[in-house]
Design a protein around this ligand. Structure first.
Ligand SMILES: Cc1cc2nc3c(=O)[nH]c(=O)nc-3n(C[C@H](O)[C@H](O)[C@H](O)COP(=O)(O)OP(=O)(O)OC[C@H]3O[C@@H](n4cnc5c(N)ncnc54)[C@H](O)[C@@H]3O)c2cc1C
Length: 442
């Protein structure tokens, strides 16, 4: 194994969560690894952003307790899950219209009690939701054929109110894809992991530090400590397959590697892979992906302005979710409004959208103050559109020395941090010298 490890010299292209997960797993095994990141900082679509001396993220992210691989890696590189996150029990509060909160009792009883006690639904609707959950458990959250979430909910008699107050917010939060086109099977994959094992799996984790600090920067320190390299502002301009590896061309020079994990976002991956004829099928698969946006509006109010909870939703408003950063990480008066997936908001200018959100906050919470500043971050290609039976590219490619990592590659999860991390770990596993030895023996 030691000889094989010495032959390996791996390039990871992209320092997002997928790339850094792969790099940590490889470095841990003593395999030489170099991460190339085109941006000045690590993190990709989950990165810290500084504005008006205030630490923000490119988007307010939320993790679930069932994101085991991500949480495990954060701890491995020196994080502390207890301190790094505000832990909330499963809850869905649409201010004044709907409220579901799971008590701290074992699963799945916590969900049953939460549904029985839900405010904003009739008894019949609550029973209908409970029956639906029992049927999903009996099916082990597995469908015979994938379909849209709308179709699944219609088949199981979920009323319009149930859809609008419970399933739509859940589906948009989990898949960032409208119900009418979202994959029911992928939603069930997430529900299964979050709801069927322990209560902690459905906990909602709100980070107290920014997303570059939370994992990628710690991962970079870990990789360097294990003799690896992490190069920022060092984008890969082209990737040339050789007989025994790859030539990687960057503005700083040309380097040679035995293997490559391409963990760039789908659009950037296409640019690198397109010139390689053997990869035309994969390129075609990536090019057929559609995307969904996520808009995050940060509003800095005077320090005394607070929301009723750290996180809450609004019913049929522009703002889908609001986060009171003061209650999460001590940034008093800072409110984040999140608008996921495609919608009417995309037709507004950033200023128009901010004015709508400010008006909503005033109406819903009687906030008399005006924000001192606001910042709109529109991620137009935040995630791929998670549609039924979507064919996603595999981590293995027709070139035996090239692997693909990223939230868009094949897996059970939608485009999430956990999906990204799982893909990175899968690549590292495929590169494990032990698995090479095994393959040789076969
Ligand atoms: C606003 C927003 C909110 C979100 N909210 C959530 C949430 O609440 N929960 C959740 O789980 N997920 C959420 N997501 C999704 C999550 O952020 C992504 O699934 C995840 O970050 C994707 O990671 P990745 O490593 O696959 O890709 P990326 O983060 O895109 O990483 C790719 C990296 O490759 C680099 N790169 C590209 N080309 C090159 C090149 N040629 N050379 C070198 N480097 C290159 C890029 O700069 C980037 O750093 C959200 C996403 C957004 C945008």
């Amino acid at each position: 194994m030691d000889d094989l490890a010495q032959e390996l010299n791996i390039a990871v292209i992209g320092g997002g969560y997928a790339g850094m997960a792969a790099a940590v797993a490889l470095a841990e095994q003593g395999i030489p690894v170099t991460v190339f990141e085109s941006a000045k900082q690590l993190g990709g679509r989950a990165r810290g952003v500084l504005h008006e001396h205030t630490q923000l993220d490119n988007g307010q992210h939320i993790l679930l307790g069932c994101y085991k691989e991500t949480l495990g890696l954060i701890e491995k590189v020196g994080g502390n899950i207890g301190q790094d996150f505000l832990h909330l029990p499963l809850q869905l509060d649409l201010h004044g219209h709907f409220s579901l909160k799971a008590p701290r009792i074992p699963a799945p009883l916590h969900l049953l009690v939460a549904l029985v006690k839900t405010k904003g639904l009739t008894w019949n609707e609550r029973i209908s939701a409970i029956r639906f959950m029992f049927r999903l458990r009996r099916m082990n959250f597995k469908l015979d054929r994938d379909m849209t979430v709308t179709e699944l909910l219609r088949l199981h008699g979920q009323s319009i109110q149930l859809v609008q107050k419970l399933w739509e917010p859940l589906c948009i939060a989990a898949l960032n894809t409208p119900l009418q086109i979202a994959s029911a099977q992928v939603l069930l994959n997430v529900l299964k992991d979050a709801l069927s094992q322990t209560r902690g799996d459905s906990d909602m984790l709100l980070p107290r530090i920014d997303f570059t600090a939370l994992f990628p920067n710690r991962a970079a320190r870990y990789v360097k400590k294990h003799s690896g390299h992490v190069l920022t502002s060092c984008g890969v301009e082209s990737l040339i397959p050789l007989e025994n590896g790859f030539e990687i061309i960057t503005r700083r020079g040309t380097l040679y590697f035995s293997h490559v994990v391409c963990a760039a976002s789908p659009a950037s991956a296409v640019k690198l892979l397109k010139p390689i004829t053997e990869l035309s099928c994969i390129v075609q698969q990536i090019e057929t992906l559609q995307y969904q946006p996520i808009y995050t509006l940060y509003l800095q109010y005077p320090k005394h302005v607070k929301l009723p909870h750290a996180m809450l939703g609004l019913y049929r408003r522009y703002s889908q979710w609001l986060f009171d950063k003061g209650q999460i990480d001590g940034q008093s008066g800072l409110i984040a409004s999140v608008i996921s997936a495609e919608g009417m908001h995309q037709h507004l200018s950033q200023n128009e959208l901010a004015q709508k959100v400010i008006a909503e906050l005033t109406e819903e919470f009687a906030i008399a103050d005006r924000p001192q500043w606001f910042r709109v971050i529109a991620e137009k290609r935040a995630t791929f559109s998670c549609t039924p039976s979507l064919q996603r590219p595999n981590q293995k490619t027709p070139l035996s020395r090239l692997f693909l990592a990223g939230d868009y590659t094949n897996g059970d999860y939608p485009a999430t941090l956990e999906g990204a991390v799982q893909s990175g770990l899968r690549c590292a596993n495929l590169l494990n010298p032990e698995s090479f030895t095994h393959k040789k023996a076969i």
